[in-house]
Design a protein around this ligand. Structure first.
Ligand SMILES: [Zn+2]
Length: 149
């Protein structure tokens, strides 16, 4: 398993960070003015925040091999959607529309997000919370390791 720092340096979306920062700011602004469902706006903000931090989840292509999706598997530690060949033990199988919703929230496709079903929103919120929590806890552990050196 790759270290968080390795993952950051190998992040193919590194060039996209500047737009992600802008998107995160826009997400916070949208939350303030109530343009969209606040729960969706919060999930969009959280996804963009972890992407800005270097842990961009993938919901379309496989997080491990990059095979184009859509894929049925989802694995936090792998970084998101996983193909059948890369799917580790313990991967979940969220509804395909839930993964499409999360992709829409990350990319700012609000037309899709606003039209999403309540069940996909609930499932997506659970995945976002787990993804963010896993990376934050991992980040804190990494920070402790740096402080000991
Ligand atoms: Zn794969």
């Amino acid at each position: 398993m790759r270290d968080a720092r390795d993952r950051r340096s190998a992040d193919p979306g590194a060039r996209a960070r500047a737009p992600a920062v802008h998107a995160a700011r826009r997400g916070a602004a949208l939350l303030a003015i109530g343009e969209h469902d606040p729960a969706l706006t919060l999930d969009a903000y959280l996804l963009r925040a972890v992407a800005t931090a270097g842990w961009a989840p993938t919901f379309d292509s496989c997080a491990r091999c990059g095979a184009p999706g859509p894929h049925r598997g989802f694995h936090l530690q792998a970084g998101g959607a996983v193909c059948r060949d890369c799917r580790p033990t313990g991967a979940s199988a969220p509804a395909p529309d839930t993964l499409r919703l999360l992709s829409a929230l990350l990319s700012g496709d609000w037309d899709y997000a606003d039209a999403s079903a309540a069940g996909n929103r609930r499932e997506g919120a659970g995945l976002v919370a787990a993804f963010v929590q896993w990376h934050l806890e991992r980040g804190v552990r990494s920070l402790r390791m740096v402080e000991r050196l």
